[in-house]
Design a protein around this ligand. Sequence first.
Ligand SMILES: NC(=O)CC[C@H](N)C(=O)O
Length: 191
Amino acid sequence: MYRWVRIAIVGKYTDLSDAYLSVLKALFHASVVIRKKLVVDMVPSCDLENTTKKEDSRAYEAAWKLLKDANGVLLPGGFGDRGMEGMILAAKYSRENNIPFLGICLGMQIAVIEFARSVLCLPDANSTEFESETKHPCIIFMPEGSTTHMGGTMRLGSRRAYFHVKDSKSARLYENKDFVDERHRHRYEVW
Ligand SMILES: NC(=O)CC[C@H](N)C(=O)O
């Protein structure tokens, strides 16, 4: 048993202290339940990328060390393509090394893109948020949204999601209920 639990949050807003406040609070509550001292390392996703390796090798090494020292990796939400490839690298590293991983919002979409690229052998797989003409769109703009209006196109607030696979890991987390109502805040979804 470790006394500590080290979680790496790999995101693009790591400079903004309150950007991931709710995630930090949730991690803290979870650490109390499992009686471990929580250590959170903020890893700027851009720093995991090859461009940083060339431009600032110390930042690159530091980011990878934090990722490799983590007991768990959390990819939080976000918008736009900056730092996206670094998040994909973090998802790939976690999957290939069996590191407990949680992707929230954008983080979950990133995990889907990474799986499509690495496991389904679709190297061009992407979200249309980052590459509108991608050959293999696996995250797409939601049909109920509008491509022309920026305001009011977000799926916001409570939405019902049904579990199609009984006794899956996520269903078990919700005590095998038939559905859950969770808060949403996004424009894109898994195809
Ligand atoms: N909340 C989020 O992380 C948003 C994810 C993604 N940018 C979308 O709009 O779907």
